[in-house]
Design a protein around this ligand. Structure first.
Ligand SMILES: *Cc1c(COP(=O)(O)O)cnc(C)c1O
Length: 390
């Protein structure tokens, strides 16, 4: 007989199913790319965060294979024990140079990088100020900081006046503002120059999660800071992920020498986890190099974004204002967005429906994500299908 806990879990799963909120994983049977095989059928996908098409790029996959040949499969230990090798060191230096920060520390995933920053910097009495639409990993990071005695405040999305009031009202000895740079379900940008000005004025850190800006925005693809003409600043701590535009897996945190050294000494999600395979760092070096030196991919992505936005203007569903590869089409009700996603699926187009609790109630949407690997004809096919379904 199943335990009482198991019965409670089953009841909750049944409730999720009854509400139409069960999540299903599609089994992909081909490499990541605009065209993927799913259940034996070729789909045109607008569903990945592989914004530059680097996940299956021959130069990156060759580098990964070469990395395995030179460095084997695993790192063998956490970075502070013996899991930090030449490819990690080289990648960190390359990343720091590319984003223009004094130093960078590499992590196995963005989730772990976010868990490292705020909880490690926030001591007892530190006040943390977080945008309400921040990514789940930043929300969890704030929860961890709270467990260590930090106070937390959430401000309405991108509301600088509200944030300013919260900062002015706080007499905490240390303050941290934490924000997504590009909001992952909306595609809009945080007002980073205003946030940095507030950080200056109220003696706070500004922690920026640039998961969706790195590789995509800025004059060289260096990310959202570059988009705004911002560069390194001692109050800034930048997190970027390497499994999205960079096409592999991993993340980095960049900051001043002091901040990065402090994280390397103290961040639990850096210290108590096995170092990423050196081969991944080896491949990422190539990938970051391509991002930094070959602007053609980014240009292609920007072209596809413009083409999609032009094509979808005038549909009954508004596109949210977004300069990035994330182009959400606001549909509203859960069933309506599921039906639309399903109708596209039947036409061979894979565009995920995003529903509460990931987004607010009544704000369900299609999350169209574009890639430099999409052709103009791919974008036109999606536009035509949506026009027909409208
Ligand atoms: C994807 C994402 C992360 C997590 O990065 P992973 O490398 O996938 O763990 C963190 N923050 C934001 C905003 C993201 O979109």
């Amino acid at each position: 007989m199943s335990s009482r806990l198991e019965q409670a879990l089953r009841a909750e799963l049944d409730e999720i199913a009854a509400a139409g909120l069960t999540r299903r994983r599609r089994l992909v049977t081909s490499p990541c790319g605009p065209r993927v095989m799913v259940d034996g059928r070729e789909m045109l996908a607008f569903a990945s965060n592989d914004y530059l098409g680097l996940a299956s790029d021959p130069a990156v996959t060759a580098a990964l294979a070469e990395g395995v040949r030179q460095w084997g499969a695993g790192s063998g230990a956490s970075p502070l024990v013996s899991g930090h090798a030449v490819p990690h060191e080289a990648l960190e230096a390359r990343l720091a140079e590319f984003v223009g920060f004094p130093r960078a520390l590499s992590f196995s995933t963005g989730y772990l990088a976010n868990l490292a920053v705020v909880p490690t910097l926030a001591g007892r009495g530190t006040a943390v100020f977080a945008d309400k639409l921040n990514h789940a990993s930043l929300i969890d990071a704030v929860q961890l900081a709270k467990a260590q005695g930090a106070d937390s405040h959430r401000y309405p999305h991108a509301d600088m006046a509200a944030l300013e009031r919260q900062l002015a009202a706080s007499d905490a000895p240390a303050k941290i503002i934490v924000t997504d740079a590009v909001f992952s379900m909306d595609g809009d940008l945080a007002p980073l120059p205003l946030l940095l000005a507030l950080a200056e004025r109220f003696d706070a850190w500004l922690v920026v999660d640039d998961a969706h800006g790195f590789g995509v925005l800025g004059p060289r693809g260096e990310g959202s800071l570059g988009h705004f003409g911002l560069a390194f600043h001692p109050r800034l701590i930048l997190m970027g992920t390497l499994g999205k535009a960079a096409g592999v897996a991993g993340a980095f945190v960049a900051g001043s020498e002091t901040v990065v050294e402090y994280l390397a000494q103290k961040a639990r999600s850096y210290i108590f986890t096995t170092g990423a395979p050196p081969a991944l760092a080896f491949a990422l070096y190539r990938s970051v190099d391509l991002i930094a030196t070959d602007g053609a991919r980014r240009q292609r992505l920007l072209d596809r974004i413009g083409r999609l936005r032009d094509g979808l203007a005038g549909l009954p569903w508004p596109l949210l204002p977004s300069l990035t590869a994330i182009q959400p089409l606001l549909v509203g009700e859960n069933q309506a967005v599921l039906d639309l996603s399903q109708a596209l699926w039947e036409r061979g187009l894979w565009v995920p429906a995003i529903r509460p609790p990931t987004v607010p109630k009544g704000m369900a949407r299609l999350r169209i994500s574009l890639s430099a690997a999409h052709s103009e004809a791919d974008v036109d096919r999606l536009v035509a299908a949506l026009q027909e379904l409208a």
